[in-house]
Ligand binder design. Sequence first.
Ligand SMILES: Nc1ncnc2c1ncn2[C@@H]1O[C@H](COP(=O)(O)OP(=O)(O)OP(=O)(O)O)[C@@H](O)[C@H]1O
Ligand SMILES: [Mg+2]
Length: 626
Amino acid sequence: MQEQSHVVARNRTEGYIIECDGDRATIAAIAGPSVTASEDYWAVGQLISVRVGENRLVGLIHKVDMPDALWKKDADNVIHIHIELIGEVRSTPDGKSAFSSGISQYPHMGAIAHRIRASDLAAIYAASERKTVSIGSLTQDDSIPALISVDDLLSRHFAVVGTTGVGKSSAVTLLLRKVVAERPDVRVLILDPHNEFATAFPDHAIVIDPANLDLPFWMFRLEEFADVVFRGREPNAGEMDALRDMIQLARERFRMADSQASPLLRRRERDNRAVTADTPIPYRISDLLALINERTGQLDGKAERPHLKALKARLESIINDPRFRFMFAASTIADTMRQTISRIFRVPQDGRPICVFQLSGLPSEVVNAVASVLCRLAFDLAASSDGNIQTLVVCEEAHRYIPADPDAGFWPTRQAIARIAKEGRKYGVYLGVITQRPGELDPTILSQCNTVFAMRLGNERDQQIIKGAISGAARSMINFLSSIANREAIAFGEALSTPMRMTFETIPASKLPGAHMQEQQQLMRAGDRRVSLESVIERLRHFDNAATDPSEPFDYEPVVMEPAEEQRPSIPPLLPLDPDQRMPLPAAESDWRMRHAETREEHLRSIEKQQSRANDLVRSFRHDRN
Ligand SMILES: Nc1ncnc2c1ncn2[C@@H]1O[C@H](COP(=O)(O)OP(=O)(O)OP(=O)(O)O)[C@@H](O)[C@H]1O
Ligand SMILES: [Mg+2]
């Protein structure tokens, strides 16, 4: 019934094939007063059908012109419609229609063409045997849902591209809602550079911002930590060498101390696994500083000394910088990897499978290092759990992390994302990339994204890149990329049975990404709100966290050495070979001891034990160095 009314409403008319060249064909038709078809009947972007034997070929109109280039008003005109054949619809024995891409029989001259029937259109976009969900509707016919397979969307990675403001982030929130509904086993980590996704998932996400983030420094690999220490700049080679050695020693030192304390670890210790500067076991920042001090002492007058001094100064400056609290603020130096991972990667999910990781409050120079740590962990977790911890990592503004220019960006982040793109599928780590500038994105990453939602793209180069990604006859759909509306996309790839031009579902205003900012702006416009310049300035300085309501009074309490001191170790930070050289403990450390040591005797005994272990280490260290 619906189909009937549809056909009548469209007022079908006919055209005839006059040329066919591979998957391209031309139709001649009449336009003018004797034809009662709607004006857009033969318009670019429409799908048409050509009857060939029992089958109907499906073509997409990519160009319409007139052979004599002259429009006669009030008279019939001959027009030429150029189509690209994208597949064919067959009637199955049970009376249904089935679509397949590929053409079994090409059209003969004079074959009749007309606008596609709704039932054929539905057959083209119907799911085959795959389980699918609807994310919107076809632009050509909004009664037909745009269906995607969530499993295929995930397993082969996806990209959402489009110029600013076309609705990429909104489309992604829609996709993510479908993902978490369909795949309760998958968790989602959104790297959110503009702090806009929190409002989109009020019931499904936890939000991590720099104020509530605890990402201990020891979870950073050497390169990542160096990126923080050198504030995103090229590390000095001498300092980098020293940092590598000292971190390795500090990690070894912690492991030895810890293995004494824990029989379990002691057993592990016997495996004698090598510790490197990258091994993700904790170490104490005070050990690191102490090792640098010792080394500086040993190198009296040698050329390496200035490097060590500079390195120490850098380390102290980040430890004391309140913006880096998220790395150094842990109240203990226990192995907190479990808590950190459990929170960020939602294990267990506790009903909130999405983690919105807000990056905009982080010091800009460490965003790359943090992104690297997170992407690396996502992969390692999945691989180490044999695919039991599956994560979809969503990278907004992906061209920032994985730029096309191989010399730009931070290579560990690039490497971590590339690893997910190339090998993630095996372990259940999936990638969703969003970018305004596909031309600025590493092409190898884009080529790993097997489903693409291409929204409006003005730039010619960006269009060409997307055109290169779409295969088959539907390539001419990409020609519309510069002119499609907001919220519309040309979607193609693994998750869809056929490329489609579609419009995303409408999302309620309160659940759009960045809804809180829109709300603030509305209030400002209505004159209901005044700006608190103080809080704006505080946020400018990154002292405050980005999630704080700017209308709240500012109550920043400067925390300087306290967090780092809290990590002070149970072994002395300095490892004197000669007791006379021993330096007094800093006051904060004595306090820490007083608070934490059970009895003075116990405390002294433990110091003694640790000192002898530490001395051994230093001896071996010196031995290594000489
Ligand atoms: N599916 C949708 N439902 C309702 N409104 C939408 C939808 N998609 C987009 N919009 C509207 O378009 C606006 C811009 O969308 P969005 O922020 O998703 O664009 P964007 O492409 O991510 O932009 P940018 O490149 O600046 O990040 C939204 O604030 C919203 O008003
Ligand atoms: Mg956006």
